[in-house]
Design a protein around this ligand. Sequence first.
Ligand SMILES: NC(=O)c1ccc[n+]([C@@H]2O[C@H](COP(=O)([O-])OP(=O)(O)OC[C@H]3O[C@@H](n4cnc5c(N)ncnc54)[C@H](OP(=O)(O)O)[C@@H]3O)[C@@H](O)[C@H]2O)c1
Length: 211
Amino acid sequence: MTTVTIIGAGNMARGIGTRWVGEVEQLQILAPTAEHATSLADELGGAATAGSADDPIGGAVVVLATPYEGAVDFVEKRGRDLTGKIVVDITNPIDWASFDRLVTPPDSSAAREIAARLPGDVAVVKAFNTTFAATLVNGAVSGQPLDVLVASDDEAAKQQVTTLVAAAGMRAIDAGPLRRAQQLEHLGFLHMALQDKLGSGFASAVKIVTP
Ligand SMILES: NC(=O)c1ccc[n+]([C@@H]2O[C@H](COP(=O)([O-])OP(=O)(O)OC[C@H]3O[C@@H](n4cnc5c(N)ncnc54)[C@H](OP(=O)(O)O)[C@@H]3O)[C@@H](O)[C@H]2O)c1
């Protein structure tokens, strides 16, 4: 069993927290508004604890469940406290003003920008950016377990996140090295942009069907 810290106490923290709270030794929720963290930890129960975003980071695995800009801000402030940990970037770096592009440089990704701001011994894993928060609360859509696409340059870190994803009843798919985060972020954006056309209200899932 491992320990997990989730930075942020919003929709994705609820989704991932719901899936993982029964699978980990400790699930620490940290958010700038400590009451949001407390309220989510109370809702999740079990191994969940709460604190502010300035508190000591207890988890060996740290999920950045904040807007992209907040994740950059967090790693710039707390990067040294993440030494030796696995950082899971779940962000989709959407340009909300236009909803037409990503804010990251065309040859980069949120994961790459976040990794560039962290000490070299932090393992960055991209995951969960293509799964909507509400579907994570259920863990499945139309009876089918969620696919969670996982990318990293650190195979041991990728395996650890994969094990946690599988323990929580979802299917982890190895999406390759961290540079695949660029494609994953475009896929996450496309899935969001399709919601209007599908009328699916952010309750759909990206699923790879294999024979
Ligand atoms: N929602 C989805 O379905 C979905 C799906 C895939 C990926 N994502 C990605 O997941 C991330 C989180 O989305 P969400 O829907 O959970 O957002 P959300 O509900 O708005 O929650 C954001 C959380 O981030 C915290 N936060 C903001 N700035 C911060 C900072 N500088 N340092 C630490 N914490 C900070 C907020 O703190 P306070 O509570 O104090 O305000 C809040 O708890 C986004 O990057 C999004 O692109 C979302």
